[in-house]
Design a protein around this ligand. Structure first.
Ligand code: AMP
Ligand code: GLY
Length: 423
């Protein structure tokens, strides 16, 4: 069958690589893709939110399965667009419909969902410009640090954690009244601060059954020792050593099951990935956030560990037969280290020539922000390449990732050398 992956990051490269290895795959397309996906698929210059162009591509190339990488296409309703179109209705789309994508698209919706289904999460209240003074009073009842979250999508920048009460009030006003994050902060969720260690849990569902993928932990800060600004993710490891069997049993019973059952009860049909951001507080799991897609760079460690044919799994999700599937997982640990552009997550240059990838051995190189220009691979984003390796444990895997990342060069390249320091 012919398959389309939407997106252009390391996540999409990792998903596309696994799909390309399936005997079920005839032709594989990635839109828009990057220089890495160009080696294993046909890149098509179509944006992930250009639904009309996606329709034309799907019909022209006889594509029957579409895997949606990023959240914005889902929040914008790509799945609904397919279902409402006579010519596209029968095509399988992996990713939830707009109504369920609100789990990521609206923090308030996600919190209300968790309350309704008794899923453990931080206590909260939400506010708009009209209730600004109530927001100030609520902040006064909390202990610092204060957690302010823009309700809508804000490219990962919409969460502020502030130690000082007056500063928190100022930021609340700036979000609600001065549209600090545009329309995304027209509603703000104020949350109790949870003190613990974070990890991510990835769930596949056909809307009825579910399967849990390996856990992963990403490193979000730019600086060593988890300091400095937040990034899209500087690396990841899987599995997470502190997520033992007892803890994972609790995650399944207290969070995964009620989430999938909650979607059913709320009549939110869901075919796709659920990425549950968790925090372990005094041994107990709580939900920090839902995402309605895979994580990046977590995908670059989770998907390589999947031994089961990914296309078979995706089809089972689409056909409602996920219950018949057994996921086979590589027992080895996987790690990925992200090479980023100098200056990221602030301003950075693009178009720097990347060399040395051909010298990498025993690691997978997933392109995150690259493109081909005159036959040369050049940088095209903040996060440029993720170097994924296996090992008996994450330390051994990291050694291989670090050995290989040193073979790659581009002007201004930076990566964190301390992944796993906290474990
Ligand atoms: P989110 O976009 O909701 O995942 O938030 C971004 C980051 O902010 C998370 O990965 C956490 O590190 C942090 N965070 C969010 N909510 C809380 C909370 N209630 N307590 C502590 N840290 C939080
Ligand atoms: N690595 C976090 C994310 O994909 O949102």
């Amino acid at each position: 069958m012919n398959i389309l992956v939407l997106g252009s990051g390391g996540r999409e490269h990792a998903i596309a690589l696994k799909i390309s290895e399936s005997p079920k795959t005839s032709k594989l397309f990635v839109a828009p893709g990057n220089a890495g996906t160009a080696n294993i698929a046909t890149n098509v210059e179509v944006g992930v939110n250009d639904f009309k162009a996606i329709k034309a591509l799907v019909l022209k190339e006889d594509i029957t399965l579409v895997v949606v990488g990023p959240e914005d296409s889902l929040v914008n309703g790509i799945h609904d667009f397919f279902l409402e179109d006579d010519e596209l209705q029968k095509i399988s789309v992996i990713g939830p419909r707009k109504a369920a994508a609100a789990l990521e698209g609206s923090k308030e919706f996600a919190k209300e969902f968790m309350m309704r289904h008794q899923i453990p999460t931080a206590a909260y209240q939400s506010f708009t410009a009209d209730s600004l003074t109530k927001g100030y009073s609520f902040l006064e009842t909390l202990n610092p640090p204060y957690v302010l979250k823009a309700d809508g999508l804000a490219a990962g920048k919409g969460v502020l954690i502030i130690n000082d009460l007056e500063e928190a009030k100022k930021e609340l006003k700036s979000m609600l009244v001065d549209s600090k994050f545009g329309n995304a902060s027209a509603t703000v969720v104020i949350e109790e601060f949870l003190d613990g260690i974070e990890l991510s849990c990835f769930v596949l569902t056909d809307g009825n059954d579910y399967k849990i993928l390996p856990t992963a932990k990403d490193y979000k800060r730019i600086g060593e020792g988890d300091t400095g600004l937040n990034t899209g993710g500087m690396g990841a490891i899987s599995p997470v050593p502190f997520a033992d069997k007892d803890f994972l049993d609790r995650v399944e019973k207290e969070i995964v099951k009620p989430t999938v059952e909650g979607l059913k009860k709320d009549n939110l049909p869901y075919v796709g990935f659920i990425f549950i951001g968790l925090i372990k507080v005094n041994g107990k799991p709580k939900v920090i956030e839902y995402n309605v897609r895979m994580g990046d760079p977590e995908t670059e460690v989770v998907i390589p560990r999947l031994k089961t044919d990914l296309v078979q799994v995706l089809l089972a999700m689409a056909n409602g037969t996920l219950g018949d599937i057994t996921l086979e997982i590589d027992e080895r640990a996987a790690t990925t280290v992200m090479a980023v552009s100098g200056g990221y997550p602030g301003a950075y240059g693009k178009g720097k020539v990347i060399t040395g990838v051909e010298n990498v051995s025993e690691s997978l190189v997933f392109h995150a922000g690259t493109k081909l220009v005159d036959g040369k691979v050049v940088t095209n984003g903040g996060r440029v390449m993720a170097i994924t390796s296996f090992g008996r444990d994450f330390r051994e895997a990291l050694e291989t990732s670090y050995k290989n990342i040193q073979k790659i060069h581009f002007e201004g390249m930076y990566y964190r050398k301390d992944l796993g320091f906290d474990l």
